[in-house]
Design a protein around this ligand. Structure first.
Ligand SMILES: Nc1ncnc2c1ncn2[C@@H]1O[C@H](COP(=O)(O)OP(=O)(O)OP(=O)(O)O)[C@@H](O)[C@H]1O
Ligand SMILES: [Mg+2]
Length: 499
């Protein structure tokens, strides 16, 4: 199950809250491991005792055979009725348990926001609503077991009366001691009988957990290692990217978020992507990594990436995502997870991203601890570590999704400089909200509602009144605008220094 969840398409995590997934790994597997075996064992045990008691009763008083048969028929009928409803109730119970975990997890994640907004009471209330819903389902499942008591009581009652009648009217020879023995067993088996049946139903009900675990262990996975083509080791050697009629959606039943993208990014070009929030900038990156299969063809250095295995494709591209991801471990394991590079390479990379001093100041240097999700580092630092990781990996294609959005201006410009130096020969695609970050790029791609609106040199776009970049520039202060324009112009002139 874990293996499948690890390889399932990312979409799965968009539609399944973490609490639901954890529920299957904790509660359902717990039931599978601990409760089902002991319930089956219990059932077998008790069932045998009950069969023994009833056989003894029948042996001593064969008249009991008639009510036994009548009750057995009644019993089978009610049991079937009971099973369908109790299974449904069990399923409901499991379903309403997940929101408790989800709520708990979300609350813990957003603790500081909740405190700041003084929303403890409201969340408490929501939590109790979830718990109430769950309690309601649980108590329903307890109540519906009560029919068993009724049926077994009828059985004991019938036997008792029949014994009294036999004795009173001397219907046939039976010793008082034998009647005593029969009643002792019968009374004992009354409670056991209920228990046997309840356990037998319980086993069937608990099988919903097996069902749920099986469902996850049969999840569709991404074909990570399947590909029609194996790329050469040095691929991509140039870093030329061609989007031919590429459209993209996150799921089959969602609408397209990118429409008919037709662009060519030359080898070694520095491309900036701009657009308003939700324009599809990050989605372009998702297509490159084939997080969902895009339509159209996407060619990198003469190879259609759809023909490659996902593993080959993703290992050849470097990305610094919008939400930087670090793992529990040390700075070293985060920079070089496979332990392939010597210390000096790691320190060089840290120096280039201006982190060397900060890491040196930490007690253990490269061995300093990184907590879950990098929570002991600032967001800016996390992004810089991701950048250092990309520098170390030295891919021909680097994708940066607002990587410097959380660092100050000075660090930003130093990091941009580092990127320029380290990735001089590489194709770099940068998504940025701060126009200054990308204004010195070779070309800028402007997106709006998933379509390419402009794609050209910064200075041309800045002077084109119809371009998105022109619009975005006008959302800046006048001073900033002038500075931006100046930078673009300077950069444009720099191209002709060889003349
Ligand atoms: N995981 C997802 N599942 C479904 N739809 C998504 C998903 N991520 C983004 N979208 C949709 O795709 C569209 C483009 O989103 P995208 O994240 O590419 O925007 P963006 O330009 O990167 O915005 P921002 O500047 O805020 O990062 C949006 O309409 C969004 O609703
Ligand atoms: Mg984005």
């Amino acid at each position: 199950m874990f293996g499948k969840v690890l390889k399932t398409p990312i979409r799965f995590f968009d539609i399944n809250p973490i609490g639901r997934i954890i529920n299957r790994f904790s509660n359902d597997t717990g039931i599978l491991d601990d409760i089902i075996p002991s319930t089956i064992c219990d059932f077998m045990n008790v069932f045998m005792t009950v069969v023994g008691s009833i056989s003894l009763t029948l042996f001593l008083n064969y008249w009991i055979l008639f009510p036994t048969i009548a009750l057995a028929v009644l019993f089978i009928f009610i049991r079937n009725y009971y099973l369908t409803s109790s299974m449904e109730i069990k399923r409901i119970e499991a379903t309403v348990r997940s929101p408790i975990f989800v709520h708990m997890g979300n609350t813990l994640c957003g603790m500081s926001t909740i405190r700041a907004a003084n929303m403890e009471e409201k969340l408490n209330e929501e939590f109790f609503n979830h718990v109430d819903l769950h309690t309601r389902a649980t108590s329903a499942s307890i109540y519906i077991n009560r029919w068993l008591d009724a049926v077994t009581l009828i059985f004991t009652y019938t036997t008792l009366i029949s014994c009294l009648l036999i004795k009173r009217y001397h219907l046939f020879e039976v010793e008082s001691s034998e009647i005593g023995l029969m009643l002792v067993y019968l009374l004992q088996s009354t409670s056991l009988f209920q228990w046997a049946i309840r356990q037998s139903c319980e086993v069937e009900n608990l099988m919903t957990s097996v069902e749920r675990v099986l469902e996850y262990s049969e999840l569709e996975t991404e074909p990570l290692d399947k590909g029609d083509r194996k790329p050469p080791v040095e691929w991509p050697s140039n870093g030329e990217i061609c989007f031919n009629n590429v459209s993209f959606k996150y799921d089959k039943n969602l609408s397209y978020v990118l429409n008919n993208i037709n662009i060519k990014i030359n080898a070694g070009e520095k491309i900036g992507i701009v657009g308003r929030t939700g324009a599809g900038k990050s989605s372009i990156i998702q297509t490159l990594f084939r997080m969902a299969e895009p339509d159209g063809s996407l060619i990198i250095d003469d190879i259609d990436i759809k023909k490659l295995s996902l593993h080959d494709l993703r290992s050849k591209l470097s990305i610094i995502p919008q939400e930087p991801t670090l793992f529990i471990g040390t700075i070293r394991t985060n920079l070089d997870p496979l332990n392939q590079y010597p210390d000096n390479v790691l320190w060089d990379a840290l120096e280039q991203v201006q982190l060397k001093e900060a890491i040196k100041e930490m007690k253990d240097g490269l061995e300093s601890e990184v907590h879950k999700g990098g929570s002991n580092l600032s967001v800016g630092q996390k992004q810089l570590i991701c950048l250092a990781r990309a520098i170390i990996k030295k891919s021909k294609i680097l994708i940066i999704d607002e990587a410097t959005a959380n660092v100050d201006f000075k660090t930003d410009s130093m990091v941009q400089e580092a990127i320029r130096q380290c990735f001089k020969e590489c194709t770099v695609i940068t998504i940025a909200h701060r126009l200054h970050t990308i204004i010195d790029n070779d070309r800028i791609l402007c997106l709006s509602q998933g379509r390419v609106v402009n794609f050209g040199h910064p200075i041309d776009l800045l002077t084109d009144k119809n371009s998105v970049l022109y619009d975005l520039m006008f959302s800046l202060e006048r001073q900033e605008r002038i500075k931006l324009f100046g930078l673009a112009k300077k950069n444009d002139l720099n191209k002709f220094t060889h003349l």
